[in-house]
Design a protein around this ligand. Structure first.
Ligand SMILES: Nc1ncnc2c1ncn2[C@@H]1O[C@H](COP(=O)(O)OP(=O)(O)OP(=O)(O)O)[C@@H](O)[C@H]1O
Ligand SMILES: [Mg+2]
Length: 267
């Protein structure tokens, strides 16, 4: 049964999408069957795995609003063992639309809970995958809430910078709220340090403060700041295709091994 991991941090630009793309591809290369869901209207994870936005008719928006079956929105990527559900700008309007649907069906037998839409849809495909990764937008709105309700665990990328822990309490509170209201079993999968610059001492200070806060939940693997990781998406390639022998590919493959090991030894 697929383990569902939401990649979450309401702070923008911390490496959620880069991690969703490259961790998904790495898990796939290591033989796991992976589904990556783009849950951000920006659609960067979609283009990052090489999907052309034109030409695809179904996306996660059509799935959440009952316009498409989830099976019909899944597309194969060029990466081995990696399927994806794309997202486009139309996803930005989903909150109003789900509220409207919820209201419309309130007095009927067909009850709709806008927070549980993704969870309900994933029932139908969960068994086809070992891992399902969800790339969340930089906010704690309806989309992230859907991800927190559907997920088994959250992976939190944290950028190695001075203000790294800013906003973390708000994120923890949101996770605890999701646990109380909709998903009592939601776990913290791990905390990933991203974009570590080699030639500053600042990074080391940040690492120790984050480790103090999150303890053993912090992955041993740290993602370095690398031009290649930033360039790859503009070529529609994961780092495994763009620079297969480089440090970025090595880092994300190491992270994938940690994720697999952690999940293999549990339960
Ligand atoms: N390890 C890295 N080295 C260099 N650049 C990186 C690295 N990780 C991410 N970036 C770049 O930093 C920017 C933000 O990364 P990314 O899009 O992955 O973050 P995000 O958390 O998904 O952002 P958003 O909150 O907007 O969704 C992007 O331009 C990306 O290419
Ligand atoms: Mg993103």
């Amino acid at each position: 049964m697929g383990k569902i991991i939401a990649i979450v941090n309401q702070k923008g630009g911390v490496g959620k999408t880069t991690t969703s793309i490259n961790l998904s591809a790495s898990l796939g290369l290591l033989g796991k069957r992976v589904l990556m869901i783009d849950l951000d209207p920006q659609g960067n994870a979609t283009t990052g795995v090489g999907l052309e936005k034109k030409g695809l008719t179904n996306s996660i928006y059509e799935v959440l609003t009952f316009r498409s079956k989830i099976e019909d929105a899944i597309v194969k990527t060029k990466s081995v063992n990696l399927d994806a559900i794309p997202a486009y700008l139309n996803l930005a309007g989903v909150e109003m639309e789900l509220l409207e649907l919820e209201r419309k069906y309130r007095e009927t037998d067909r009850k709709i809970n806008r927070v549980l839409r993704l969870k309900e849809e994933l029932y139908n495909v969960k068994e086809n995958y070992d891992f399902i990764l969800i790339d969340c937008p930089p906010s704690l709105g309806i989309l992230t809430t859907n991800a927190l309700a559907a997920a088994d665990s959250v992976l939190i990328p944290v950028q190695c910078e001075y203000y790294a822990l800013e906003g973390i309490m708000q994120l923890i509170n949101t996770i605890m709220l999701a646990q109380r209201k909709v998903n009592p079993n939601l776990d913290i999968e791990g905390v990933l340090l991203t974009m570590l610059s080699v030639n500053t001492n600042l990074g080391l200070e940040v690492i120790s403060s984050i480790k103090e806060f999150f303890k053993e939940r912090v992955y041993d693997t740290i993602i370095p700041r690398l031009i290649k990781l930033a360039e790859a998406p503009s070529h529609g390639k994961t780092i495994l295709d763009y620079d297969p022998k480089g440090k970025g590919a090595r880092a994300y493959l190491n992270l994938a091994r940690e994720v697999i090991e952690k999940n293999g030894t549990e339960k």
